[in-house]
Design a protein around this ligand. Sequence first.
Ligand code: ADP
Length: 350
Amino acid sequence: METQIKQLLGTVVHPETGTDIVTSGMIEHLAATNEKKTVVLRFAKARDPFAVKIKNQVEALLKEHFPQSEILVVVKEGGQAPRPEPKEKTTTGSIAHIVAIASGKGGVGKSTVTANLAIALRNMGFRVGILDADIYGPSQPKMFGVEGYVPDAVQEDGTDLIVPAESMDIRLMSIGFFIKPTDALLWRGAMAVNALKQMIHQTKWGPLDFLLLDLPPGTGDIHLSIIGELKIDSAAIVSTPQQVAVADVVRGAEMFRNPNVNIPIAGIIENMAWFTPEELPENRYYLFGKGGARRFAEENGIGLLGEIPIVQSIMEGAEEGRPATAIDPRVEQHYREIAERIVENVMKKR
Ligand code: ADP
């Protein structure tokens, strides 16, 4: 079926180059199932005047030939378009890689993944920090047992800096250090933007290999303001098997792919992919179906970074202020695989 689609797309010619979009290598990704056809088109220019026209042509062709199928055509612009520079100089200059961890919805385990990934990267010998920007539920202080930490202010070269918490060799700055859980949500949003800006521009990180950014769930103004302030190298999207097919995850991916944002997506992390009881460590129960994230990733031209099962120690670790990766080698192995893929991904992009 993919060959057939390629033949079809071979009839679409870019008016400027006079070459068809297949020959000129503009098909970055193609996935076809009976239910869905996905094409990712790559335009070399940042704002190709023919992008919309070609996208519409491709959509129309596919709809005509596969009327029963869902059609998704994604446009990526700018071969290696430069990412927007942050508006202000940030204190993250001494950080080699900033990786955002996002999710379509709350409660899918984004913060737990962030904390455990941080430990997995630490175990690989990297210097790691976490910037917890989840204004709706900042949970990193609890995950690392530093709730109630009051950041100190210090002066360095005439600028005021705030000192991050440190736990298990992870430097941690959290919006939770600045807002009370009882603050009304509306008020929180307004305060949060300013507090986030301060955290981004004034944290005394010191040299780090990785800064993991725990984003709020979903997509919204707060994301745009963070993206505008901070140069993010790569993004990972966390989802559960039930949530992976819903629109929020696609919206998350689209946010990073937006030409004005243009943050490479390292891939999807499927959390709670299966259940393994403590006493039967070899058994896997796929409570919510199997392989959903892999399919979704393939269909949307996104990589799959890895799958994490439901494990009691992961939940307990989050409660006890010590991520399970620090103490449970079986758990560590899952996050380690994902960490290795992220490392590979960001190194490749340099
Ligand atoms: P989010 O940041 O997406 O809102 P959290 O990381 O706070 O989600 O996770 C929600 C709940 O699920 C927490 O109680 C956490 O301990 C638990 N949890 C997350 N991932 C796992 C897992 N793989 N196994 C067991 N419990 C998990």
